[in-house]
Design a binder for this molecule. Sequence first.
Ligand SMILES: *Cc1c(COP(=O)(O)O)cnc(C)c1O
Length: 455
Amino acid sequence: MDEITDLFRRAAGHAADYRRSLPDRPVGVPVDQAALTRAFAVPLADAPTPPEQVLAELVAAAGPGLVATAGPRYFGFVIGGASPAATAADMLAAGWDQNAFNAVTSPAAVAAEAAAGTWLKDLLGLPASTSVGFVTGGQAANTAGLAAARHQVLADAGWDVERYGLHGAPPVRVLAGAERHATVDRSLRLLGLGTDALHAVPTDGQGAIAPDALAVALRDVGPGPTVVCLQAGNVNTGAVDDLRRACELVHRHGGWAHVDGAFGLWAAAAPGTRHLVDGLELADSWACDGHKWLNLPYDTAFAFCARPDAHAAAMSYTAAYLVGSGGVPAAADLTAESSRRARGFAAWAGLRELGRDGVAALVERCCALARRFADGLAAAGFEVVNDVVLNQVLVGFGDDARTDRVVGAAQADGTCWVGGTTWRGRRLMRISVSNATTTEADVDRSVAVIRRLAG
Ligand SMILES: *Cc1c(COP(=O)(O)O)cnc(C)c1O
């Protein structure tokens, strides 16, 4: 066998061994971070090292520090595991080493993104004319969506923000729920709007924007450039804003409605949850992750915009040697990246693998398993604090100290991994079911361990 075939097969073999071990390995393991750092921190050699030795050293050094986030009993943050076809496609993306910058650097990457983008819009029920930027995460998608928003609300006020920046511009007011994701604040900072531009809109008992409160907030800010950040999927509770009423209010005000739907937008893809995001198609831009609930590899996310002209005006750049600028937006006109990995191959493969029914089943199964988690812990006498409408569960174990002890003990035990959070002033266990491989048995086993540790 030639050297490169042998090397790639070895890498794939290591990855497959690791994936096979996931159901049985401890999910979170105590890690000696200093030892890990030392294992990597060999002196940089003057002479080259043979590739097969590099691979062996990497596997040995990284092994103790890998977290089984891709496995069936990782319930931390909102983390899914990459599906088999999507992972294999991502390996090919690395092997093919394509630059998804535009159709000259990789016609195939651009075609895959175009096809996957069409499927995504169809699954989510977004207008067919929506532009899709393949970005690195929900953070980047929020930034792109809010950049398009900034462009449009200022253009409507007669101001060219791409040309003049914000110096001397009419003030842009941003309204967002009090329980928005923190990445929204960072996007506003990066866009020069600043967090002082933010008006926090009060939320209801589950952390969703209360439409009446939004109406009051819009009246209070009065006429002028206005952007409203809505949310599909509160990171703690899973709650979704009333998108239909909110978008109608925002548009009546002449504003731009952006939806941060990093994971919650996927409610749109399943008949059992579709009602939660009713009216989502009325928004102007949407941020959605592929690497969370859709079980695509990192770093895959989508910046959708109902106004492709505003999207491209905000994000594109031109240079004499570039094609695609000027006419139809090219891939690089819709993202903050210029050269980038061809993440559309994995998105295409993951969607092709699941199909429409598979995506719906993934969403509904995770929601059902989250309810099973909640029912199991409630039956044991613990307090489920949120309405489990989606894949998120918040649990209290009495006082904060006891809850923190249970969360810590569960993390150290290694059967499963659950997070801790502070919500409405209380420490709580936060459980997110986002992995396609999680079964009822995984949930039952995890509930049993948590019950034992809390007892
Ligand atoms: C995870 C998340 C983000 C950030 O997404 P990344 O992919 O981590 O950049 C933004 N908003 C919400 C609601 C999220 O859950």
